[in-house]
Design a protein around this ligand. Structure first.
Ligand code: SF4
Ligand code: FES
Length: 378
């Protein structure tokens, strides 16, 4: 709670939602002034709002120390545990919203059943089989045991937004935990759980899950390791898809609406969005290429006319942009292949910068020469 040392007032913009009698959700943002001290957390600010402004504000919490995983919200667009997120440094206006991709119950509380549905019910995380003597190699898998099931990764994942059947980062990290140390669990069953179109192959390596995870579980890296493991397994006679349809709910955004707002989040989202956008550039470039091929069949006059058009600034700009997109998409494909192979997943951000630098370098070398030749007739 802010005490007498409180030195400033911060405006909290809180997402409020109530279900009307006709069953539809009525949503709005309401602002509240909260006095904060240097150590005030977002959760304490929510307590203040409930005590002094809005006694009906709905939100979850329990332990107050990042152990129970219940206080997950989005603060200024980023998934965080409210209990350990300091208000200091968040700016003069702090926006607090519920986690995305989970059905909304009221205000900041989401229905976590859609999160737990992603774990097969017959595969409990607490298992009774005793450890064999000498098999206690915790260092490799301890971090997967640390998952506090807060759902931040599910909310941050752009793929969950566009494929509601996707198992998601936490479930797949748990599956990798089982592969690392099965303790009697059937690995064939684990494989059936993850090896399908809504399983580990659906990940687009945005790696936002790892960026927001408060427990250093690194679910994105676990998914990449899981892929490597699946590839080493014999091809099964029949795939058994076990994706569980998530609960329907008004917070289940889909398609573009699901991942465009996430661009403010960080590098992973930008890489994800750029990859999709440049794929569009690739398609357009192919159309352009087919169109020019058609000219070949129309004789020399048509070809000469095209050459004249191709030298005009609008055509050069369009061509340059499309080439930039194709270059980035191709080089980023190499990065994704490297990360997805299970190697280099810890360096995926650095690798993205290398891809961007290489793209610009090759593009400037190629286009600079082209522009000089066309404009100066060199
Ligand atoms: S993997 Fe991390 S972000 Fe995801 S539920 Fe577990 S602790 Fe939360
Ligand atoms: S209140 Fe338990 S993790 Fe935040």
């Amino acid at each position: 709670m802010p005490d007498a040392r409180a030195i400033r007032h911060v405006t909290f913009r809180i997402f409020r939602a109530r279900r009307r009698e006709d069953g539809r959700l009525q949503t709005r943002y309401v602002t509240y002034e909260v006095p904060v001290g240097p150590r005030t957390t977002v959760l304490e600010a929510l307590h203040y709002i409930r005590r002094h402004h809005a006694p009906d504000l709905v939100y979850r919490y329990s332990c107050h120390h990042a152990s129970c995983g219940t206080c997950g919200v989005r603060v200024n667009g980023r998934e965080r545990l409210a209990c350990i997120t300091p208000v200091t440094g968040m700016g003069a206006v702090v926006t607090v919203e519920p986690l995305a991709h989970l059905p909304l119950l009221a205000d900041l509380a989401v229905d976590m059943r859609a999160f737990y549905q992603r774990y097969p019910s017959e595969m409990p995380m607490v298992r009774r089989v005793p450890l064999e003597e000498g098999n206690w190699r915790t260092s490799r898998f301890t971090r997967f045991e640390n998952c506090i099931e807060c759902g931040l990764c599910l909310s941050a994942c752009p793929v969950v937004g566009s494929d509601p059947y996707y198992l998601g980062p936490a479930g797949l990290a748990a599956a990798w935990r089982l592969v690392e140390e099965p303790r009697g669990v059937s690995l064939a069953r684990v494989r059936a759980w993850v090896d399908h179109e809504h399983g580990c192959w659906r990940c687009h390596t945005a790696m936002e899950c790892s960026a927001v995870c408060p427990s250093a579980v690194f679910p994105g890296e676990a998914i990449m390791s899981l892929r490597g493991w699946v590839l080493q397994q014999p091809v099964p006679a029949m795939q058994q898809a076990v994706a569980t349809p998530p609960m329907a709910g008004p917070r289940l955004r889909s398609g573009l609406r699901a991942w465009l707002p996430g661009l403010s989040r960080g590098l992973g989202m930008w890489a994800f969005a750029l990859n999709r956008l440049t794929a569009l550039g690739l398609v357009l470039y192919l159309f352009l290429h087919l169109w020019t091929l058609r000219l070949l069949t129309r004789g020399a006059a048509a070809w000469d006319a095209f050459i004249q058009k191709a030298k005009t600034p609008p055509f050069l700009v369009l061509d340059g942009l499309l080439l930039l997109a194709v270059l980035f998409h191709g080089l980023n494909g190499l990065r994704l292949a490297l990360v997805a192979s299970g190697r280099g997943q810890h360096h995926h951000r650095k690798a993205l910068w290398v891809v961007v630098a290489l793209t610009l370098l090759v593009w400037l070398l190629g286009m600079g020469d082209l522009v000089r030749r066309v404009l100066l007739g060199g």
